[in-house]
Ligand binder design. Structure first.
Ligand code: OXD
Ligand code: MN
Length: 581
C-alpha cells in the first residue's frame, strides 16, 4: 500500500511529467552530487574553496530577485477569510489556472522530493513539510534552511499530516508566476520563481502564511520575529522576540555584539526571522525557531554591522546575486575593505567602481547554516523552546516613533503592533523607501484576514498568565539632514537593557500619552556620540505627529470592517483622548 506521501508524489509526477524522480535523504553525498550537477550546468559557480570552503554563487534570472507580493495569493473558500491584506483567488479557479501551468512542466527535469522538518527534530512543536521541486538550487538551499531528508521521513512515517508544497521554476516568467496558498488544505503551489521567499516553501509560505493560519486554529503564534537571549553580567538570561519588516536588521539584532562599554553582556541567537510560540504550562509563551539556517541580506553586512554572520558565511553557504572578485570571493556594497578594482557583477557582467549599477543586487542574499554562527544559544534546538519575556515591534521610521517605549498592558501592546508602519525595502519588488503599514511586520505573511489575526493576538494575551511585556522600538530616527540620531547596531543593547530592567520590575518609566518612556538618564550614553538634547528628542512625544498617526490608524482599521476587534477601536479612541487632554 503506498503511503499518502507516495501517492501524492505519483500524482504530481503524472501532472508534471519529470524525466526522473529523486527522493532527498539530506546526506552529504547527495548534497555534493546536487552541487556538482549545478556546477556543470552553470547554476552555481564555485567560490575560492580555500577561503570559502563549500561555498557557491548563484545568479538568478534578473527578473527574479525578490518576493513578488502582487503574485502571491491566499486561496480560502471565502474571500473574506483571506482579508483585505491578501490577494485572493477561489481554490477551484486557482487550481485550474495554475494547475494548467504545472502540466508537463518538469519534462526533461528531475523531480526532487524534499521532506523537511520545521523546528528542532524532537520538538513537539515542530511540523513536517514536503516540497516537490524541479530546482536543485531549492533542494540544496532547503538542506541549509531546514532539517531536510531522512529525519523528516522518519518523523512523518505513513501519516498524512504534512504540508504539501509543489514548486516549479516553470519558465521563470513573471507573467506565469504564482505563489498560491491553500490554508484550508495545508498546501502551497509556487511556480515561475526560484527566489528564496517564493521558492523555499518552508520559510514564508509554510512557517508564516500557513503557520499563522494553523496557529490561530490551534491556539499559538507564528510570527515574523527574531529570537534572542540577553545574558547580563549577573548570569541572568532574558529572552526577547522582535518583529521588524523585511531587511530592517533582524539578522544583525539577532547576532548583536555588545560594545566594549557594555562589559559582561552577551547576546545569544535563537533565530533571526521566524518564531513559533506556544503557551507553556507555566503560563509563559515558549518560542522555537522553525528554521535551521539564515537567509540574510548581504549588502551592508560587514565586520562592524554583524561580525557573527560574517564568521558564519565563510563555509557551506550559498550566495545569490552578489558580485564575484577576481580572487573568487563574494563582494557586496558595504563589505569590509571597500570595492575591488574590478569584479563580475550580480548579472555576470564586468564591473568596476566607476560602473553605473551596483555590483551586488540590493536584495542579494546568503543561505547559511545556523549551527555555524558563533553566538548560537545553547537552547536554540531545545524541544520546548525558550520562554519569551518581551516582544519588540520595530521598523524603519525617520520620525515619530521613539527609541523605545513600553505599552501600558497587553491590549495596548497589541494595538502598538497593529499600527506599525515602516519604509519599504528591496526584499519585495516595488518602490523602496515608501512608508507602508505593516502590522506586526506580518502584512506580507499573514495567511488570513488580519482583522481576525488581531483578535487572535488579543485572545492569546487573555490565555497567558504571564504574557510577554510589549515594547515599540525605532533605531532609525534621523535629523533634518537625514543623519541617524542613534548609532544603532551593537549600541542598541543600551535600549534593550531598559527593556530587560522593565521586564524584571527594575527600572522607572514616565507615563506619556503613547506609553511608558524611559527617563533620559535611564539610557546609558557613556562613550557614544548622543548628546542629552538628542536623547531627549529620541525619547520625546511628537503630539501633532501622533494626532495625525491616530487618524491614519482609523483609515487603516476601516478596511477590516466588522472583522476588526472593537478593542482596537477602543485603544484608538483612548490614544486620541490622551493626546487631546
Ligand atoms: C525574508 C523576508 O527573506 O522577510 O526574510 O523577505
Ligand atoms: Mn523575513
Amino acid at each position: 500500500m503506498p503511503t499518502p506521501l507516495e501517492q501524492w508524489v505519483e500524482e504530481t509526477a503524472r501532472l508534471t511529467r519529470p524525466k526522473n524522480i529523486h527522493w532527498c535523504d539530506g546526506s552529504e553525498e547527495e548534497n555534493q552530487r546536487l552541487i556538482e550537477g549545478m556546477l556543470d550546468d552553470g547554476t552555481l559557480t564555485a567560490l575560492n574553496q580555500e577561503r570559502y570552503p563549500n561555498c557557491y554563487l548563484h545568479r538568478s534570472d534578473p527578473k527574479d530577485v525578490a518576493r513578488t507580493e502582487h503574485l502571491t495569493f491566499v486561496c480560502t473558500r471565502e474571500k473574506e477569510d483571506a482579508g483585505p491584506n491578501n490577494n485572493w483567488m477561489a481554490p477551484a479557479q486557482a487550481k485550474e489556472k495554475v494547475g494548467g501551468l504545472f502540466q508537463g512542466v518538469m519534462k526533461d527535469r528531475t523531480l526532487y522530493v524534499v521532506p523537511y522538518i520545521m523546528g528542532p527534530v524532537t520538538s513537539p512543536y515542530s511540523q513536517v513539510g514536503v516540497e516537490i521541486t524541479d530546482s536543485p538550487y531549492v533542494a540544496a538551499s532547503m538542506r541549509i534552511m531546514t532539517r531536510m531528508g531522512r529525519a523528516a521521513l522518519e518523523r512523518l512515517g505513513s501519516s498524512e499530516n504534512y504540508v504539501q508544497g509543489l514548486h516549479s521554476l516553470g519558465d521563470l516568467s513573471p507573467d506565469r508566476r504564482f505563489i498560491m496558498h491553500y490554508p484550508e488544505d495545508r498546501a502551497i503551489w509556487s511556480i515561475g520563481s526560484g527566489y528564496g521567499g517564493n521558492a523555499l516553501l518552508g520559510k514564508k509560505c509554510f512557517a508564516l502564511r500557513l503557520g499563522s493560519y494553523m496557529a490561530r486554529e490551534e491556539g499559538w503564534l507564528a510570527e515574523h520575529m527574531l529570537i534572542i537571549g540577553i545574558e547580563e553580567p549577573s548570569g541572568r538570561t532574558t529572552y526577547i522576540a522582535a518583529a521588524f519588516p523585511s531587511a530592517c536588521g533582524k539578522t544583525n539584532l539577532a547576532m548583536l555584539i555588545p560594545p566594549e562599554s557594555q562589559k559582561g553582556y552577551k547576546v545569544w541567537t535563537v533565530g533571526d526571522d521566524i518564531a513559533w510560540m506556544h503557551p507553556g504550562p507555566d503560563g509563559r509563551l515558549w518560542a522555537i525557531n522553525p528554521e535551521a539556517g539564515f537567509f540574510g541580506v548581504a549588502p551592508g553586512t560587514n565586520s562592524h554591522t554583524n561580525p557573527n554572520v560574517m564568521a558564519t558565511v565563510t563555509k557551506n553557504s550559498i550566495f545569490t546575486n552578489v558580485a564575484l572578485t577576481p580572487d573568487g570571493t563574494p563582494y557586496w556594497e558595504g563589505l569590509d575593505g571597500g570595492p575591488p578594482a574590478e569584479a563580475i557583477d550580480w548579472q555576470g557582467k564586468p564591473w568596476t567602481p566607476r560602473s553605473e549599477g551596483k555590483a551586488a543586487h540590493p536584495n542579494s542574499r546568503f543561505t547559511t547554516p545556523a549551527r555555524q554562527c558563533p553566538v548560537m544559544s545553547s537552547e536554540w534546538e531545545s524541544p520546548q523552546g525558550v520562554p519569551i519575556s518581551a516582544f519588540l515591534f520595530g521598523g524603519r521610521r525617520a520620525g515619530l516613533i521613539p527609541l523605545v517605549c513600553q505599552s501600558f498592558n497587553w491590549q495596548h501592546g497589541v494595538s502598538l503592533g497593529t499600527t506599525m508602519a515602516s519604509e519599504t525595502t528591496a526584499a519585495a519588488t516595488g518602490k523602496v523607501g515608501k512608508i507602508r503599514r505593516d502590522p506586526m511586520a506580518m502584512l506580507p505573511f499573514c495567511g488570513y484576514n488580519m482583522g481576525d489575526y488581531f483578535g487572535h493576538w488579543l485572545n492569546m494575551g487573555k490565555k497567558l498568565a504571564d504574557p510577554p511585556k510589549i515594547f515599540r522600538v525605532n533605531w532609525f530616527r534621523t535629523n533634518q539632514e537625514g543623519k541617524f540620531l542613534w548609532p544603532g547596531f551593537g549600541e542598541n543593547l543600551r535600549a534593550l537593557r531598559w527593556v530587560i530592567a522593565r521586564v524584571h520590575g527594575e527600572a522607572e518609566a514616565r507615563e506619556t500619552e503613547i506609553g511608558y518612556l524611559p527617563h533620559t538618564n535611564d539610557i546609558d550614553t557613556t562613550g557614544i556620540d548622543v548628546s542629552p538634547a538628542v536623547l531627549d528628542e529620541l525619547l520625546s512625544v511628537d503630539r501633532p505627529g501622533w494626532v495625525n498617526a491616530a487618524e491614519r490608524q482609523r483609515e487603516f482599521f476601516q478596511q477590516f470592517g466588522d472583522r476588526l476587534p472593537r478593542e482596537l477601536w477602543q485603544e484608538n479612541a483612548a490614544l486620541d483622548k490622551r493626546l487631546q487632554a
